[in-house]
Design a protein. Structure first.
Length: 359
């Protein structure tokens, strides 16, 4: 039996309980968690904005050590440090074949299959296929990325979602070039990772936008050259900081129609607005036909940083080793399993950066 933070039903409070994990079967691996990041997607799953089978152990951003492997597992062995991959690509669906593994049609299959049991024998499901809010988990071999040397195991958990998403948004999706201007709306864990990625890309200026004034110091620590409080005048202020044109690239890391529109309005003619945040299906965004023509901006979504974790995590590890990417700076709160509800509250209120459950 292992301790886990269980969501018994959508909208219900998390419960700290014990679950029974099976021995890893063919192609499966048991991992002892070192740390798990608390992501906004976990909050969205708990409230029903995103769908989840329940009861469920949430948590999809994690790192740990392999403790046992099932038959046929070849890429890892007991004792290996690993990063969890919540969206493993199958490699054979249409989207994988055309080179877009981040959109794999089968990457969510594990999330609807029971992986553990409660004391009464009832089935427990893994949040986004990973179930990192537990002392240990069992996942498919393809959901693990061997951790390169030189990256601390605890902070490496952030590579599994926030950093991979933020870095990928800048380097894989938007492909920001040195000297291009960037504005980032929303300074949670992903938004802060976008700031660091923009700094690595050589962007200038790098403008951070948030509703919380206290985040200015945090924003500048991660690479922002300017900080703005989000209001109706923010797009105008962004233009003033970019020679009157607007930003070459705007990144929306909130997932709301209002901030998507604001990021769009802060983008120059011919620029690119990248939506990284995940919003609700009823939160509609509208554009006039004329403005689409006139501004000639590109509006695009970014899923999991448009990344291939197998290829991109070693790149991120090199940035960590060189000092260009600071994982520790992203962590604003180190917590225990029973403190996850408080982390959800901070996130909903827009406070702090990344909370990290340390086991």
């Amino acid at each position: 039996m292992v301790r886990a933070a269980l969501l018994p039903a959508v909208g219900a409070p998390l419960e700290l309980t014990e679950i029974e994990l099976p021995e890893p079967g063919p192609g499966r691996v048991r991992v002892k968690l070192a740390a798990a990041g608390v992501c906004h997607s976990d909050l969205s799953l708990s409230t029903g904005v995103l769908r989840a089978s329940t009861p469920v152990v949430l948590g999809h951003e994690g790192a740990g050590t392999v403790v046992a492997v099932g038959e046929g597992v070849r890429s890892v062995r007991p004792g290996d440090p690993v990063v969890l991959n919540w969206a493993p690509a199958c490699g054979h669906c249409h989207l994988c074949v055309i080179g877009e593994p981040w959109l794999c049609e089968n990457s969510y299959a594990a999330s609807v299959q029971g992986y553990a049991a409660l004391a009464d024998g009832s089935t427990v499901y893994p949040g986004l296929g990973v179930a990192a809010f537990a002392e240990e988990t069992v996942v498919g071999e393809n959901a693990l990325i061997p951790l390169p040397e030189g990256v601390p195991l605890t902070s490496a958990a952030l590579l599994g979602c926030a950093v991979l998403t933020g870095y990928g948004a800048v380097h894989n999706s938007a492909r920001v070039k040195a000297g291009e201007s960037v504005v980032v709306y929303g300074l949670g864990g992903v938004g802060l990772a976008v700031l660091q990625a923009a700094r690595i890309a050589g962007a200038a200026p790098i403008i951070a936008v948030d509703v919380t004034p206290e985040k200015e110091e945090l924003a500048r620590l991660h690479g922002a050259t300017d900080f703005l409080i989000a209001d109706e005048q923010t797009p105008k202020a962004v233009r003033a900081l970019t020679g009157g044109h607007g930003a070459d690239h705007a990144f929306e890391c909130v997932g709301r129609s209002s901030t998507i529109r604001a990021a769009w309005s802060a983008t120059r003619r011919g620029g690119r607005t990248t939506v990284v945040g995940i919003g609700g299906k009823a939160d509609m965004v509208s554009f006039s036909a004329l403005e689409i023509f006139h501004f000639a901006r590109t509006l695009t979504a970014c899923v999991y940083g448009n990344s291939d974790p197998v290829k991109d995590i070693p790149v991120l590890a090199e940035h960590v080793r060189s000092g260009a990417l600071d994982l520790e700076a992203l962590i604003t709160d180190r917590i225990t399993l029973d403190e996850i509800p408080a982390a959800f509250e901070r996130m909903a209120a827009g406070r702090g950066g990344r909370s990290l459950v340390v086991f």
